[in-house]
Ligand binder design. Structure first.
Ligand SMILES: Cc1cc2nc3c(=O)[nH]c(=O)nc-3n(C[C@H](O)[C@H](O)[C@H](O)COP(=O)(O)O)c2cc1C
Length: 204
């Protein structure tokens, strides 16, 4: 089994990737070997003893690349200790409770996925970066993003503290052998629709 921990993330504007990179550095300080990877680039989770997974929340949902990732790697993730973090509200004032409920609702639809640690952090926002669809949402007066200025209240100390604790939890959690993933995945891929965008796993 590999000593390496994949730190898998998806992001729309880069904020979650930066958190994944910081979490990876924290885990490395604890002596773990961590590789930060975009979810869409992960081909296999065969042989890993633990996984870290990071997603932003957009319109109440986990990033679609993360949803695809967990579905594609269901067999491995059912057997591998997983720590999950999500980036949610764009300001600390908003509080993370609403975002936590969104994460809980998303996880309730994936009953086979049982992270040993789950956390929601305040994210960040930059109206200048928004893509067309998000701009259209942000201009709506009813949108919580309407009129918001660029802000970044990510709490790096809280992120590092959580990563330290999550690192302990995933490494101490019992892991099951993953050898059956390839066979199971091949079976599923052979009988189901073609997989989307599977590629090799370059380091980010
Ligand atoms: C269009 C849009 C919709 C969002 N919807 C939610 C949401 O439903 N819940 C939430 O907690 N945060 C929401 N956010 C805040 C993002 O999760 C936050 O900005 C995060 O840092 C984005 O990270 P990313 O750059 O990695 O995608 C939204 C942000 C945008 C721009």
């Amino acid at each position: 089994m590999s000593a390496e921990v994949p730190d898998v993330y998806a992001t729309r504007y880069g904020f979650t990737k930066e958190v994944a990179v910081t979490a990876a550095a924290t885990l490395e300080e604890q002596g773990l070997e961590v590789e930060v990877k975009a979810a869409r680039d992960v081909r296999s989770l065969d042989g890993f003893g633990a996984v870290l997974l990071g997603t932003p929340l957009h319109m109440g949902a986990l990033h679609k690349d993360v949803r695809t990732h967990v579905e594609r790697h269901q067999v491995a993730l059912e057997q591998t200790p997983l720590a999950l973090f999500a980036l949610g509200p764009i300001s600390a004032e908003e509080g993370v409770e609403g975002s936590r409920k969104q994460v809980d609702a998303a996880l309730a639809k994936l009953p086979w996925l049982s992270p040993v640690a789950t956390e929601v952090f305040v994210g960040a926002f930059d109206p200048a970066k928004l893509g067309f669809k998000d701009k259209m949402i942000a201009v709506l007066p009813a949108s919580s993003l309407h009129g918001e200025l660029a802000q970044d209240e990510r709490d790096w100390e809280a992120i590092r503290a959580w990563a330290r604790e999550a690192g302990q939890q995933i490494m101490n959690a019992p892991a099951q052998p993953l050898a059956i993933e390839s066979a199971e995945q091949s079976k599923r891929q052979a009988s189901g629709p073609a997989s989307i965008g599977a590629a090799s796993c370059p380091a980010e």
